[in-house]
Design a protein. Structure first.
Lengths: 333, 212, 333, 212
């Protein structure tokens, strides 16, 4: 295992210490339980937007705490959902009196931990709504299973809901924005290499030099199929087809195209990927009016990409363009 | 003589030891159909429990189990955290005020724990989860109780039932938890949560082997 | 070789096509010769700031073209300096009449190609100043060799000079800012893994699983020493010591601390790295008043980090804080 | 009969072929002490030259060499681009208007080319660069000219001198170019630029082996 770390069990704590040193203007870091909040929290009369999940997906979520996006983020151990006490304390810390939105990725652990936290918060008279993001078309949606995983749309929901909350919209309205993203966003990812969880010390899976995994999860969960490595253009087609056909998007739709690095894939390859994704979207008549390109929702040092397509309406475009000031996304301020 | 308060402390400590020993094995099982953290999560949780246990001082068994539950809840994370947290919290509710447990008490506590896990995770038998180890274990306890078996014999039977339930998860296709993303590809692997559940119950039967 | 590419010889072109699709609001991409210019170029009466270099270091330089930073960037083939015709055409395209600054990294190829371009531009009555950045303390500075390599400070120079140019400072003043950065910035990097140049198809060097390379160059040039892998804290000490002792920085100095991913190292490790670097700087009495953390000047998918320390004065802080609107760095606008 | 205009075209085409064949080898040499691109750069450049050559139509040798130089300059990049660009541009200047070259013309052209490389790169003999192959080659040509050798013999001697110069770069510690970052560690490796310079001169001696 080749990583810039000290002891595996200290990675998350030391990361948070680094964030605390680096961004005192943006966030405060709370330890035991661990959470990151906006430096000016709680903001009176504003809905608090909170997300959280296992560490190892940076900048998500801690890198998106700040004006116009998240009020708080709860980082768990690497690839492990955080615990209810973290979410409860974060919820209390950002409670400005207008209620709290929990943006939850659809993983059993995240769901259960956030559910317990929401129950505890309600017990303390804090109004909480939860929206579960489940946008990964690599997994078949089904009532009889855990359903689809939550991936790329989560960050887009965090941006749009954060902007809506900043406008002092009500909890229901902010949650409605989140539900819109949940309904209008679809993602799919692939891996060229595995990643190595620090406390495990060896790759989560073996991927031979000539193979790739299509439909990978952000925790290294095996994908849909393993197959011989193909060209970027062919890979992008394999990711875009299930995304576009799942919703379905129709000609004339305005979309945000989000090309994400799993961590180890550098920007030069993301632009090669973006090029083809943009061309395919355009060929389908979709209008790519906004985009996001970079390592945003990562899987440690895994090489690979995911693509997210989000259908936008006028309000969503305005929310996307609204100022945001976080370590991971920033504009207009 | 029934299970004493101090025996439950010993069980918890033995669980912590067993989880530490089996940590890599549990994580390996989780790597195959999950995300390679079940062992590390449980180990982190039970290490925290060892630190917390002194706080239960000379309190009753219910307090001990609730302390374990709260600690697991706030340190394990993932699916395992809320599930095992609920498991011990529910067992603690049923044993509030008790300084010793007979077989009926233990059976009732475990049944409440199982119900808590099902309520929280909504898994059905055959979904390839820890529930598949816990249900047969609770059923075995009930049978043993009815047959008037001594405690250690009942514990042995429940551990064996859990082991069978655990092994029976191998051919199953997961319908709950992270493994369900794999669909058919989840078949052929033993469920990590069923494995850790069996480990706790087997440890009980070993720790309390002289209690009859 | 596992990469999201089509044919190796098309990587740079397809990357540029991706950039053109992605950022029409920020840049125009010119092909044959290849260069990227601000969408509003040339800006009348403003000094044009240009940089360039081999591709494979993204977002540098093309990702830093836009308001408040570069007017143009010239991308060469992967790890190969661009050619004089690219620089000449870029120079002409952004010539607003106030002269052009070439920010050049100290590599023989870059120096010679920029030199020829500057001569050609002067021949067309465009005033050109060139400043060569050579901040890599891993290489001994010497008059009898090619001297130190140019690395992390380059991007900081691009930001500060871009801001100075935006204020309509004169060519000499903008070049003075660049010289200040050249004098006040020092860097050093290390690699955990090699990178693979697409047209080569195999790693530039072999680095056994238990070894790391200290003092690596951004083109995979071998470093100072190869040694067994150490902890993040020890590695950061090995990078910070030569940086701090080279200049020397003194207690009370205000600095910008820049922790850079070589491409394959994810953000979680950068924060672990930043934590220690910040502590060491602070222990030396340095005041870390600004920072930059991320994959900024990369080496394809190489895993590793570099650290840059730049001494700041009041003017430099103001220039750093000035609005910037590029794909790679953005704030205040 | 001296070297004809068409012979120079053949030489350039043979150079393109030789560079393509040796591309991986040159890149490997560059991987050891540089950045693994010298072969790819030269190959890209000479491929572009092949496309450009028809533009020189039936022009003089100077135009041909200048076309090669301009093309290399705008397609090779790195250190090799300006150096080989200058090399051919300077050779072109010296041969402006000429439709054939005798040994004195060729020697003069190569000397100008070398001077251009030195002016551009400021390398001294022994710095472990292409200059270390070019200087002995030019010296050998001058000697052969003085000794009234036939052209093919002179070309062979200059190629051999370039080869020796190239091999002599192996033990050197680089003081110019990317390899100089390595300090002492650059010793023990053959310089890629010296190797490509030798390749061009060796190709001349093969292409023109029947010209005397
Ligand atoms: N809905 C559920 N009900 C009961 N048990 C579950 C459920 N979902 C998952 N599990 C159990 O949790 C185990 C995984 O635990 P763990 O690895 O700690 O969590 P995570 O999947 O979040 O990483 C599975 O092996 C399974 O036994
Ligand atoms: N200053 C110089 N003078 C002459 N030749 C040089 C000089 N610097 C480098 N070279 C030659 O250039 C070769 C490297 O060329 P190339 O790999 O194309 O460029 P780069 O080093 O920019 O990647 C070296 O092997 C050396 O022979
Ligand atoms: Mg997990
Ligand atoms: Mg798990
Ligand atoms: Mg090069
Ligand atoms: Mg080279």
């Amino acid at each position: 295992m080749k990583k810039l770390i000290n002891k595996p069990e200290n990675v998350v704590r030391e990361e948070l210490e680094g964030i605390a040193y680096a961004h005192p203007d943006l966030v405060k870091v709370h330890f035991d339980p661990n959470f990151v909040v906006r430096s000016d929290a709680p903001v009176k009369g504003k809905v608090g937007v909170i997300s959280g999940g296992g560490s190892g997906h940076e900048p998500m979520h801690g890198g998106f705490v700040g004006i116009g996006m998240l009020d708080a983020a709860c980082p768990g151990a690497v690839f492990t959902s955080p615990t209810p006490d973290q979410m409860l304390e974060a919820t209390k810390a950002v409670n400005g009196g207008a209620g709290i939105l929990h943006i939850v990725k659809n993983y059993t652990g995240d769901i259960m931990n956030f559910e317990m936290a929401a129950d505890l918060a309600r017990g303390q008279n804090i109004e909480v709504e939860s929206v579960v993001i489940d946008d990964d078309v690599a997994v078949k949606d089904s009532l009889y299973t855990a359903g689809r995983r939550g991936v790329g749309s989560t960050v887009l929901a965090e941006k749009l809901c954060g902007a809506a909350a900043e406008q002092k919209r009500s909890l229901k309205e902010v949650a409605d924005v989140c539900r819109k993203v949940k309904d209008a966003g679809r993602s799919m990812g692939m891996a060229l290499t595995s990643c190595t969880v620090p406390h495990v010390g060896k790759p989560t899976f073996d991927l031979p030099e000539d193979q790739m995994e299509i439909g990978i999860g952000i925790h290294g969960e095996p994908g849909r199929t393993r197959m011989p490595l193909k060209s970027a253009d062919e890979i992008v087609e394999m990711l875009m087809e299930p995304i576009i056909s799942d919703l379905p998007y129709k000609s004339g739709d305005q979309v945000l195209l989000f090309v994400n690095s799993m961590g180890g894939t550098p920007l030069i390859e993301l632009y090669v990927t973006y090029r083809k994704a943009h061309e395919i979207a355009t060929k389908h008549g979709l209008k790519v009016v906004r985009n996001l390109i970079g390592p945003i929702i990562t899987s440690l040092e895994m090489a690979g990409v995911s693509i997210t397509l989000l259908k936008l309406d006028g309000d969503m475009i305005k929310l996307w363009d609204a100022p945001v000031k976080t370590a991971g996304l920033r504009w207009g301020i | 003589m029934p299970i004493q308060r101090d025996d439950t402390l010993t069980w918890i400590k033995d669980c912590a030891k067993a989880v530490e020993e089996k940590s890599s094995y549990l994580t390996e099982l989780d790597a195959a159909i999950g995300d390679a953290d079940h062992g590390a999560n449980m180990d982190r949780g039970f290490k925290a429990v060892l630190n917390k246990l002194p706080e239960a001082g000379d309190k009753d068994i219910g307090t001990i189990f609730k302390t374990v539950g709260m600690t697991l809840l706030s340190t394990v994370g993932g699916a395992g955290g809320p599930l095992y947290g609920t498991f011990f919290l529910q067992a603690g509710m049923k044993t509030t005020g008790k300084m010793e447990l007979n077989l009926a008490d233990w059976t009732e506590a475990l049944e409440a724990a199982l119900d808590g896990v099902v309520m929280r995770g909504k898994a059905q038998p055959g979904d390839k989860t820890m529930v598949d180890a816990l249900i047969p274990a609770v059923n075995a306890l009930k049978d043993a109780l009815q047959a008037n078996q001594p405690i250690n014999k009942a514990l042995q039977l429940s551990a064996e039932a859990a082991e069978k339930g655990m092994e029976a998860t191998i051919p199953l296709v997961a319908r709950k938890g992270r493994a369900s993303y794999l669909g058919e590809r989840s078949a052929g692997h033993q469920d990590p949560g069923a494995t850790s559940s069996h480990l706790l119950l087997k440890t009980a039967s070993l720790t309390w082997k002289d209690i009859s």
